[in-house]
Design a protein around this ligand. Structure first.
Ligand code: GDP
Ligand code: MG
Length: 305
């Protein structure tokens, strides 16, 4: 973190990141999200594809934003699953900021749990295990189960919870929060629609522009998504985005020598989008000088600001 980007003394840094929820069916993933997110739940409409990661909920507090992702390739893992799904799922686990693994304390650990744990052992990301449904079991049964979990997943936090009645969920959320990097509010505080993938694409491009040009373009830019076309058959999304800047002098900086800067912005944004959305992305970027866009209300609306 550079000084420029550092926080003023005394300010608590805002933390944000993507957390994949994994666990075999019926362990309580949906219940946990619903309880965790409460009224602020922002469920993004389910997508038909099974290989795509999707955002299932966003928890925003005054100090953090956790974007929860569903990674079907992992908890629906079985022998017939195609290699590509596993690859996507594994890649996701390395790209996200954290992984939350749910285990059903009320049932014995199954081979599917063990397979998930095995995948997670190879992951460098922060991994948390939640032993769910503790409201259904006797206290004495908890300790051996926690021991079993820590054998399966050594050196990681294991939190016994009840997704149904909320026991220990604040603790779990705090652990997750603390593990996240400092970062922006990726999504508006309390509302997310099924447009979120578009919004997210714009945010990622904007972030790359900022990271790659921040010396030269201190005032930032706006990004609009002009096309967002899904091709389900090919597991591909075509995205055309425009980077808007107010100044003529910014245009050559954004484009770079022989287009090198724009290419780099595109390459980095595409890699991140592919990992997060779990499909191929064709991303085309344009730069437009748009004098005083920030003063025009309809422009702001268009940009979702
Ligand atoms: P998912 O398939 O992992 O999303 O699991 P669900 O969230 O759909 O939960 C499966 C079942 O377990 C539902 O009937 C839930 O009500 C139940 N369940 C989930 N969490 C708990 C819990 O903490 N305690 C109890 N008693 N039941 C739970
Ligand atoms: Mg579910």
């Amino acid at each position: 973190m550079t000084e420029q980007n550092g926080n003023r003394a005394g300010e608590i840094p805002f933390r944000s990141g993507y957390v994949a929820i994994v666990g075999r069916p019926n362990v309580g993933k949906s219940t946990l999200l619903n309880t965790l997110l409460g009224e602020k739940v922002a469920i993004v409409s389910a997508r038909p594809q099974t290989t795509r990661n999707r955002i299932t909920g966003i928890k925003t507090t005054a100090r953090s934003q956790v974007v929860f992702l569903d990674t079907p390739g992992i908890h629906e893992a079985h022998s017939l699953m195609n290699r590509r799904m596993v690859d996507i799922a594994l890649r996701t686990l390395h790209e996200v900021d954290g992984v939350l693994w749910l285990v059903d304390a009320h049932e014995r650990i199954r081979s599917q749990d063990e397979r998930i744990a095995e995948m997670l052992r190879g992951v460098k990301t922060a991994v948390f295990a939640a032993l769910n449904k503790i409201d259904l079991i006797a206290k004495g049964k908890l300790l051996p189960l926690m021991q079993r979990c820590s054998e399966l997943l050594p050196d990681r936090e294991i939190v016994p919870v009840s997704a149904l009645n909320g026991d220990n969920l604040p603790l779990l959320l705090e652990l997750i929060e603390r593990s996240l990097p400092e970062g922006p509010r990726y999504f508006p505080g309390d509302e997310v629609t099924d447009q979120s993938e578009r919004f997210f694409a714009a945010e990622i491009v904007r972030e790359k522009v900022f990271l790659l040009t921040r010396e030269e373009i201190p005032y930032g830019v706006a990004v609009t998504i002009d096309e967002f076309a899904e091709n389900t058959e090919k597991n591909l999304i075509v995205i055309n985005a425009t980077i808007h800047t107010e100044r003529d002098s910014h245009k050559p900086i954004l484009i770079g020598k022989r287009g090198a800067m724009l290419k780099e912005i595109g390459t980095q944004a595409r890699a991140e989008l592919e990992a997060l959305l779990g499909c191929r992305i064709f991303l085309e970027l344009f730069v437009r000088v748009d004098k005083d866009w920030s003063q025009r209300p309809h422009r702001l609306m268009e940009m979702g600001l």
